[in-house]
Design a protein around this ligand. Structure first.
Ligand code: 5GP
Length: 129
């Protein structure tokens, strides 16, 4: 059964997309730790990040760095935190989280944005790539 992220990649489920190329997509996390929390996802459905072929893994990091640079331009924050978990969605994804304090990385504190705010944010990030 395809992962929820494969369904997003295939356009079966909507997302607030911020970047896409041949092999990767980035979209806003639906339940963000902080404004601008973004997921960078390989289109190939792989469960564990370190099972990725080395070049594919390095390409994901390059793609994530590019998205992080755009996030830095759009979101006032101290820095962009990076995390890979995958316990909820077993399809590799890099969390990019604009952070100011350690609690922003704990996944215990969440922020809520309206759909209009999410759409505007995704567009701003896209335009800053
Ligand atoms: P993890 O698998 O790394 O523990 O967490 C999965 C992340 O994916 C969570 O931060 C969760 O909010 C996010 N997520 C789960 N389902 C969806 C979805 O359908 N759309 C989006 N944009 N994010 C999702």
């Amino acid at each position: 059964m395809p992962s929820i992220f494969t369904k997003i990649i295939n356009g079966e489920i909507p997302c607030y997309k911020v970047a896409e190329d041949e092999n990767f997509i980035a979209f806003l996390d639906i339940n963000p730790n902080a404004k601008g929390h973004t997921l960078c996802v390989p289109k190939q459905e792989i469960n564990r990040i370190f099972d990725m072929e080395e070049k594919h893994y390095l390409d994901l990091m390059r793609f994530s760095r590019k998205v992080a640079k755009a996030l830095e331009k759009v979101i006032p924050c101290d820095r962009i935190g990076i995390s890979v978990i995958g316990l909820e969605v077993p399809h590799v994804h890099v969390h990019l989280i604009p952070i100011n304090e350690m609690k922003d990385m704990t996944f215990q504190h969440k922020v809520q944005l309206t759909s209009e705010e999410m759409a505007a944010l995704a567009q701003n990030i896209q335009e800053s790539l």
